[in-house]
Design a protein around this ligand. Structure first.
Ligand code: FES
Ligand SMILES: [Fe+2]
Length: 438
């Protein structure tokens, strides 16, 4: 893959890309390019609020997981007082990786190189040969692990590498309304069901983020078996109905599939439905009761999906929620995390059934997941090839769509669900970051 000749060439490409978007075009090159990947690391992942973990993954003091923002490795830990910290997973002495396992429980982390020891909050507490070696010159308080900003929304823990940027609430910018559809499943909220599925794929993270920002267009084709065999209660003709909602200037988007005749809240136990109605606002209940499927992306790379899936073809099916993180692992390469979220207060048998439905559809060997990755890896490979990389793709669907005035949710909401509006908004935000304007 040829690189851009210089920084000016890349800057020109970014500005041409942003101009193209206003006419509904976006270049293939964005999806598999070494310089674009590097620029994303520098300007996007260094500034955006990025998802780290769900609080239920680290429920007790000392629990931790290791996660990443861009190319930075982090320890996300709950300290002895219950406070969540994110620190660079790097020893301040010579830069060794402090914690080499993906999850666990520890009050302290001890470096395997020279033995510096830190509390799980990041404070440096132990330095071998302190007196003999440093003769009083090393101040422990100056050499703690490097802390990263952390904030939470409804159990979601986000981190931001930029100390100056906006608050998480400002960053989400109203998308919380739609996130609640996945998170407020009763007053107790949701929890993860087991550790995430975690794998790598030759796919650019942006292809997946776009797909989950509301690509209802692919479902009747890529996942047609689900329609035909009765695992998924919709059809090619009813599937396009519904809404596409996006938060202008923020990049977040959601596709809300409407299934005519599909009973409100079907697929959830009655007790969960009662909890949702209590936990959500009347406007949220009004939106939620009309939809069959909700598939959304928090810019840049965290996505959610809720859909019904029948374990026995033709049955009404169970509704499950998956949350997924598309971690950029190189140009055209991605590290995927995928969780199943279940209502915390739901009966255990429902949690187990929802997890089975999730696993069959969206676990790493899931049927939907296999369909998608077959397409996504091919798209990525094309985008890296000599002729394709300079071509644009059309993003003109719904270019003239007028917002639906009576819709009770925030943002720019258009019909139908099959629409490019969310994607234009997403790539426009991505362009703001790459141009250094966000
Ligand atoms: S690199 Fe960690 S103690 Fe030396
Ligand atoms: Fe899909």
């Amino acid at each position: 893959m040829t690189a851009f000749n210089d920084a000016t060439g890349l800057a020109d490409w970014v500005s041409r890309t942003r101009a193209g978007l206003t006419e509904g075009r976006f270049p293939a090159r964005a999806f598999n390019d070494v310089d674009v990947h590097a620029l994303e690391q520098e300007r996007l992942f260094a500034k955006a609020w990025c998802f780290l973990a769900h609080e239920s993954e680290i429920p007790s003091p000392g629990d931790y997981v290791t996660r990443k923002i861009g190319n930075n490795n982090l320890i996300v830990a709950r300290d002895e007082h219950g406070v969540i910290h994110a620190n660079l997973n790097m020893c301040r002495h010579r830069g060794n990786v402090m914690c080499k396992s993906e999850m666990g429980n520890a009050s302290h982390f001890r470096c395997s190189y020279h033995g510096w020891t830190y509390k799980n909050s990041g404070e440096l507490v132990g330095v071998p040969y302190m007196k003999e070696g440093y003769e009083g010159r090393l101040k422990r308080k100056d050499w703690g692990l490097v802390a990263v900003r952390v904030d939470t929304y409804e159990g979601l823990v986000f981190g931001c590498l930029d100390p100056e940027g906006p608050s998480l609430a400002e960053y989400l910018g109203g998308f919380q309304f739609y996130l609640d559809l996945y998170l407020k499943h009763g007053l107790g909220g949701v929890e993860v069901h087991g550790p995430p599925d975690h794998w790598v794929a030759d796919t650019d993270w942006k292809i997946c983020a776009e797909n989950f920002a509301g690509d209802g267009y692919h479902t009747p084709v890529a996942h047609q078996w689900g329609f035909h065999l009765g695992y998924f209660p919709s059809s090619g003709t009813t599937h396009s109905q519904g809404w596409a909602a996006s938060i202008p200037g923020k990049g977040h988007g959601i596709g809300l599939g409407h299934g005519p005749g599909y009973p409100a809240f079907s697929g959830f136990p009655d007790q969960v439905v009662a909890g949702m109605k209590e936990a959500m606002s009347p406007e949220q209940v009004a939106v939620f009761s009309q939809i069959r499927t909700a598939v959304g992306t928090v810019f840049p790379n965290l996505s959610f999906l809720m859909q019904p899936f029948s374990l026995v073809p033709g049955d009404p099916g169970v509704r499950f929620v998956t949350m997924r993180l598309y971690h950029p692992a190189g140009p055209g390469r991605m590290e995927m995390y995928s969780w199943c979220l279940v209502p915390k207060d739901a009966p255990e048998d429902y949690k187990a059934e929802a997890y089975r439905a999730y696993t069959l559809a969206f676990g790493q060997a899931g049927t939907f997941e296999q369909d998608d990755f077959e397409n996504w890896t091919k798209v990525t490979a094309s985008a890296g090839s000599g002729l394709v990389r300079d071509l644009d793709f059309p993003y003109i669907m719904g270019m003239e769509s007028e917002p639906v005035p009576e819709f009770p949710g925030p943002g720019h909401v258009v019909r139908p669900y099959v629409n490019d509006t969310n994607f234009r908004n997403m790539w426009s935000r991505w362009g703001d970051y790459l141009a250094g304007e966000a």
